[in-house]
Design a protein around this ligand. Sequence first.
Ligand code: ARG
Length: 462
Amino acid sequence: MQKMWSGRFTEAASSLLDEFNASIMFDRELYREDIEGSLAHATMLQEQGILTQEELGSITKGLAQVKEEIESGVFVWELSDEDLHMAIEKRLTAIIGEAGKKLHTARSRNDQVAVDFRRYVLRKNKEIMELTHDLIRALHTIAQDHSDTLIPGMTHLQHAQPVNFAFHMLAYGAMFKRDYERFEDSFRRNNVSPLGCAALAGTPHNINRHSTAEKLGFDSVSTNCLDTVSDRDFALEILFNISMSMMHISRLAEEMVMWSSYEFKFITFSDAYSTGSSIMPQKKNPDVAELLRGKSGRTFGNLMGLLTVMKGLPLAYNKDTQEDKEGVFDSVKTIEISLNILKEAMLTMNVHKENMESACKVGHLSATDLADYLVQYCDIPFREAHFITGKAVAKSEELGIDLSDIPFAELKAIDARIKENVMPFLSIKHSMNARTSEGGTAAVRTMEQLSHLNTWLEANQK
Ligand code: ARG
């Protein structure tokens, strides 16, 4: 079969070349963007007197039929057509005849693929923002119920200081909010139309780039065509934004894997989001959380893959960039399902408040409070206070109790300067509520963070 570009060729393409060169197996994902881009382009050509009203009419009708054929599954995708751009143009011409052959006036596949892929990425940017918003809303909902639930705050995965569970959820809320803003920022920067750049240098036809930009929802037109047809920064940005967000998802997932173990027993996943073992009948496994953690890997790989594709490319378009799509499709699909299932698994999990609280009675979580008390109420320098507290911790270990339960007499015996008013400072809840500095875990500060996040969620509601 004759290729659209075969005018100068005398031999037919090998089938091996067809297979190697084609993107049609995967770029059909962009059919909506391609048809919309063609419609905007044809309309602009008519506005500029390059196409007649009749020609535009038949192109519009023909493209509607092509779309219909694709969506109903009757469209024939042939490897020999190379990519979706040529497959659609070929079918259009078969349906409407001569006018179809004029559609590609003042356009190249280089700006065509740039506009299609950019609009796909921008659309997915918005979808991911909405899913991220939903996840933050879910974290906020869980946090609302737990501003008074104590959980051991950790450093080095060792018990450190008590915090409340809402504060812990809000930490993830803060991460996902940054992710949301990163997608938003990328959207703003990249909402620029490539259409009209043609192959690399612009076109001698009297086109109006602003008209197509406006029709396609872009804020403006790109400033340099050579850059535009080879720029894939927008794709790299979404790959990076997805990777960053998947890294956050993975951290939360890791905590959920731990929390659902017998050792922690802080949460139980609902049956709907748990799996069993093929051999051990008693098991209930956190596969969802593990996969969330694991799937971050492929998104990092997709980012590295495209960075590597791009790094050695001279200006302008090179066929290498055809490798930009599959990784993005994969990362988008991965994060969309991940955000969704994480939200569902969290909203349906059981939070075992009592176990979180009893874990706070292990590891002498109020030790820093005792040291702070010695500084504030007994005028003891911090280094010395740290040492005295160490003695009190050792005494508690010897007695087989937590520091929060040590009798006053034992403290007095360690250092006579310690007064009876020390006792409330040893309580775990007191310790949590004492951290009232801005951004701290004290219930008052947590409520403040909850309310700020709620204001943000409402302001960014779709
Ligand atoms: N299938 C190509 C891609 O995805 C479309 C652009 C082809 N342009 C060209 N000059 N060969 O990048």
